[in-house]
Design a protein around this ligand. Sequence first.
Ligand code: GAF
Length: 403
Amino acid sequence: MSAPDLVPAADPAEHLATVTDAFRELAGTAPEGVWAAPGRVNLVGEHLDYNGGPVLPFAIEHRGLVAARRRDDGRWRLVSRQDDAVWEGGADDLVPGTVPGWAGYAAGVLWALREAGHDVPGLDLVVDGRVPVGAGLSSSASLTSGVAVAVADLAGLPGAEQEDGPGRRALAAACVRAENEFAGAPTGGMDQAVVLRARAGHALLLDCTTFDAEDVPLPLGGDEAAELLVVDTRAHHSLVDGRYGGRRTACETAAARLGVQRLAGITPDELPDVLARLDDEELERVVRHVVTETERVGLVAALLRQGRLDATGPHLLASHASMRDDFQISVPELDLVVTAAVDAGALGARMTGGGFGGSAVVLTPAGTSEQVGAAVHEAFLAAGHGPPGLLPATATGGAHRVR
Ligand code: GAF
C-alpha cells in the first residue's frame, strides 16, 4: 500500500523567496512588498451565507502570496506562478466577464476597487497561490483578498491594516463583487470575510445578514482534547459549473414562495408549517437544510466558547447528513471520507465548502488524526479512487503583509 499523501503548508521562507524571484523576473526589480492571504475551512454552516445565516469558518496555513510594485504608466501586469498566461491591461480593459481564468479574479479586484471610488495605481503583480485549487478551500478568495490587501497597502486605502474593522469589511465586499460580477462566480460572502478578517487561534462566527462577527476560540495544535484534519478528495470542485448556482437559485425560489427575505430567519419551530406550505420536494429539502444547519452553527459555536471542540462531532455528522440527503451537494468520495474516518475512530466529519467535490473536515481525538488519515487513504484506494490529500489544520490569522 502507498503512503498517505500529506499536503503540508508551504515553507514560508521558500514561498517568499520563490514569489520574490518570480517578481524580479517579471519586473527586473524587487517588489515593494509581499502580502499573504490564507485559504479557509468552514467548520459548520454551509450554504448559509447567501441565505443570511451564520457561518463558522477559520483560516488555514495554506496560503497564497502576492508580490507587487507600483508602475508609473497606470497599467497593470498580472502574472501567476500557477499559469503561463500574463494579463496586461489598462482601465479600458477592466470589463466584467472579459478576463478569463485566474486573472479575472485578480483584475476583478482592481475593477471593484475602482467601482468603489478608489484610485488604483498601475501595478506589476505576481501571485503564487499554494491553496490547493478545486479543493473547496477558497483558493479564489485567497487570490482576491491577497490582491485587495496589496492594492490597499500600496494605494493607502483603508483595510490594509491587519486588524478587523470597516476597512477590511469594505475590502471583503469588493472581493465579493470581483468574484460575482467580474469573474462570474456566484459566491456568498463567507470566504472573503474569513480570509480578510480571521484571528489566529479562532474561528470567525459571522452573521451573514449584518456581517458582524465574533472570534470564537478554536485552539488547534496544542494539548487540546481534539484535532482537525482536512481531507482533499481531489474530486474537483467548481463554483462556476452551474451546480452551486443551482442550489442558490433553489433557495431564492423557496424564499420568494414563502415571502421571506432570508431562509435562515425561519426558526426550527416554524419549520413544519413552512414545509407544508411549499409543496415541492426539492424546495422542502433545501429549506430544511438551511434551517437545521443554522441551528447547528449556534450549537457548535456554544461548545467552542466552552472549549469543547471535542464535543462537536455529532453536529458535524448531522451537518454532513443534511448536505448529503437534503441539500444534495455531496459526492461518493466525500461520503467515504466521513464513513471511513468514523470507522477509524473520528469524533465527527463533514464536507466543507460549496460541495460537489472538494474537501472534508475531520474531527479526531488528540493524537489520532494521522492514524485516521491513513485509514481514509486506505479506504480511498480500496474503493478505486486516487489517494486523497491530507492537510493538517490549524487556525491562522487573516491576510496581511509579510514583507
Ligand atoms: C463556497 C462559496 F464561495 C461560499 O460563499 C459559500 O456559499 C460556500 O461555498 C458554501 O457554504 O465556498
